[in-house]
Design a protein around this ligand. Sequence first.
Ligand code: NDP
Length: 265
Amino acid sequence: MRQLFAIFGNPVHHSKSPLMHNLAFKTLGYPGCYNRWLIEEGERLRETFFALRLKGANITVPHKEWALKAADVAEPFAAEVRAVNTLVLREGKLFGYNTDAPGFYRALQKLGRVETALVMGAGGTARALSLYLRKQGIDVEVVNRSAGRLEWFQKEGFISHTWEGFRAGKHDVVINTTSAGLTDDALPMPKNLLDAALAKARFAVDVIYGKETPFLKEAKRLRLPHFDGTEMLLQQGIIAFDHFTDYRYSLDEIEEAMRSFLKLC
Ligand code: NDP
């Protein structure tokens, strides 16, 4: 029987997830169909999931914390970062996962060996990525425009600074998790600080996708190997698909089936 999946968010019309997952279902011969569903109130997530008779769902902005509440069982990492982006129904229970951070890590590993990272930004994405990278043995330092969001990082024992207190050290990778450059031409840090950090780095990564941000242009100018948020989007989708299909395929098989969506964007 065909199984149904969806992405929930607000907005959700721009999401590439239906394309990615439907392509992989078709290529792998899995009887699945994936749609998008606009949800305005996060508290309606669970009832909507059951009303639509879904087998699984992805959850995007701004409902990831509601998705954690909707889950009967959350994997420990998703509970720790208070963000679920994948729900799967098994024997009447909703299982919640965070595939953003492991997806990002899978993408990062393709660049080469990384032992130290500078994370720019201190929002939800920065929290999930920093914690996950640290669990993989990577030393993470955080820099953010303002102090408020850094409190959490200080409590968690990360070295963190505002721009004023930041002096560029040597990091294997510089990661942009801020929304600078998303709808404007802003750099994630003042240019002198950014250039000092990039000059000592081996790689640069942006989580923004769909455009070349001023940050990535700068990394390109300095000839640093880099990738944008499309790779993270793809990798989180691969891991979500693995949960959706109950571990029937290898991640490499799913990647091969899903990667061609990039040519269709
Ligand atoms: P949040 O709103 O939680 O945090 C935004 C962060 O960006 C804050 O640290 C904020 O600093 C900083 N910031 C915003 N504007 C600027 C600016 N002009 N200059 C410097 N810093 C700035 O956002 P999220 O963590 O939820 O999302 C961040 C980005 O990640 C978004 O662009 C989103 O599209 C992307 N994303 C991509 C994914 C993918 O699959 N590729 C998945 C998830 C997110 P301050 O604290 O000072 O306000």
